[in-house]
Ligand binder design. Structure first.
Ligand code: NAI
Ligand code: MG
Length: 492
């Protein structure tokens, strides 16, 4: 069995605990590797290394252009190793190979984009209102960044943090999810080959309560960039607040996918499927509430059932598979529990609703694609994030009602509108409370488009030009070029 090591200060190293925990393949149910069980001591070693390279040594002396070059090389190496990294992820996470390879082929773009951006961040000379001073701003790295990532798309969500953080000149310690740590540890091997000095990028694996919490508490960590559940996000944000640290929080969602009667129904139904059954529903932007206008309700349900009923479950490595296993045992249980809750609350089960145990599912953690109809937006199944292949369909009569239902939830990560009426599309995009709004499409993301949550879905934005500034702090610099000394007891 493969046994991994931590990556600290450029070295592959055993955890101080000298203990490892097992990680499973959710399709076969078998343990396939051992992950180092990091602790506070390992976190301290990693943060000290990150802090040393931030303040001293080659990284701290590099120009922004040189940092950009390294990020480009890293992107090339990810592209070279995309297949290998994708295979590791399928083994550990159960994600479809087709989907994860697509992600791996796309991830280099984050390193190219932010690598290119590194030397385009300029300060400003200020037209000061006081005579005798030259005043300008400088953008400096915010410090050591702790990145904490979830299990659903480990390397992509890590890229959203690492690429802008390194472009800004920060150094990073990352703690991947305990369920899917292997890909991040393999990815860490590429940094030395790309030419990064030791200590710029460190990986400490382990559990949230030890490694995660120690990172958040460590005095030399200045920013915590977190993606995960809103429950954990709140805990981290509270701890971070006590130490006055910066945070970025990418949390969950309960996103409305809204189909109007004037929409292209074929396309809209495809969008509904990609919103909830792609990635087995384990995405923060899942379109888990399908809002359908009264007059087309039956037609949409019928089309949706045809596709969902025949969605092929099975081996995630198989290119014909459309729905893979749920990634973790607790998540599998949570999905099944929510199906029971929806039933008890009176939602009408239209499809699925059980663990799937067809022969092609093997010993995997499969849940049948599940659809509930005539859901009331007040039900728990419409208000709480399931993070699995479970769709709630809700009826509405007109635009005004669609908006009320869409926004009547504590989350605000994404929303989509399907319509052929351009004016309606604009009205809806303006009023929907979500960080990302799609019209006649679903689940599109890019390194160029800011991504993040309204309301309980998070704080801060990832991706897009401004993301690099989330890892920088501004210094105003004043130079006296002839201002009078004046009265020292009065403010200048
Ligand atoms: P989680 O919140 O349980 O764990 C996320 C990470 O936080 C893991 O690495 C975990 O070990 C760590 N952690 C747990 N407790 C901690 C603590 N006390 N201190 C520091 N770190 C701690 O989330 P999970 O279950 O791994 O991921 C699924 C969740 O992530 C879903 O709710 C989903 O909506 C959300 N998510 C959000 C995305 C977004 O961009 N908004 C994208 C992907 C997932
Ligand atoms: Mg695993």
């Amino acid at each position: 069995m493969k046994r991994y090591q931590l990556k600290i200060d450029g070295q592959s190293t055993d955890p101080s605990s000298a203990s490892w925990f097992e990680t499973q393949n959710p399709f076969t149910g078998k343990t396939w590797a051992e992950i180092p069980k990091g602790n506070a001591q390992d976190v301290d070693r990693a943060v000290q290394a990150a802090h040393r390279s931030l303040t001293d040594g080659p990284w701290s002396e590099m120009t922004a252009s040189q940092r950009g070059m390294l990020l480009h090389r890293l992107g090339d190496l990810i592209a070279r190793d995309a297949r290998k990294l994708a295979e590791t992820e399928v083994r550990d996470n159960g994600k479809l190979y087709a989907e994860i390879l697509g992600q791996l082929n796309y991830i280099p773009q984050w390193y190219y984009y932010f690598g290119g951006l590194a030397d385009k961040i300029q300060g400003t000379v200020l037209p000061l209102d006081k005579k005798g001073y030259f005043c300008f701003t400088r953008n400096e790295p915010i410090g050591v960044v702790a990145a904490i990532t979830p299990w659903n798309s480990p390397l992509m969500l890590a890229a959203w943090k690492i690429a802008p953080a390194l472009a800004a000149g920060c150094t990073v310690v990352i703690k991947p999810s305990e369920f899917t740590s292997a890909s991040t540890l393999e990815f860490a091997e590429l940094f030395e080959e790309a030419g990064f000095p030791p200590g710029v990028f460190n990986v400490v694996t382990g559990f949230g309560q030890d490694v995660g919490a120690s990172l958040v508490e460590h005095p030399l960590v200045r920013k915590i960039s977190f993606t995960g559940s809103d429950t954990t996000g709140r805990i981290i944000n509270e701890q971070a607040a006590r130490h006055l640290k910066h945070t970025a929080m990418e949390l969950g969602g309960k996103s409305p996918n809204i189909i109007f009667a004037d929409a292209d129904l074929e396309q809209a139904v495809f969008g509904a499927v990609s919103g909830i059954f792609a990635a087995t529903g384990q995405t923060c932007i899942a379109g888990s509430r399908l809002l359908v206008q009264d007059s087309i309700y039956d037609a949409v349900v019928e089309k949706l059932l045809v596709i969902a009923r025949t969605a092929k479950m099975g081996d995630p490595m198989d290119t014909g598979t459309q729905v893979g296993p749920v990634t973790t045992q607790p998540q599998y249980q949570k999905v099944l529990d929510y199906i029971d809750i929806a039933r008890q609350d009176g939602a009408t089960l239209l499809l699925g609703g059980r663990a799937a145990n067809a022969a092609e599912c093997g010993k995997g953690l499969f849940v049948e694609p599940t659809i509930f109809g005539d859901v009331n937006n007040g039900m728990r199944i419409a208000q709480e994030e399931v993070f699995g292949p479970v769709l709630s369909i809700i009826r509405f009569k007109d635009e005004a009602e669609a908006l009320v239902i869409a926004n009547d939830v504590r989350f605000g990560l994404a929303a989509a509108v399907w319509t052929s009426d351009i004016a309606r599309a604009f009205r809806m995009t303006e009023k929907l409370q979500a960080g990302t709004v799609w019209v006649n499409t679903y689940r599109a993301v890019s390194f160029m488009a800011p991504f993040g949550g309204y309301k309980d879905s998070g704080l801060g934005r990832e991706n897009g030009i401004d993301a690099i500034r989330e890892f920088m702090q501004v210094k105003s610099t004043w130079i006296n070029i002839g201002a009078a000394t004046g009265n020292p007891f009065v403010m200048r």
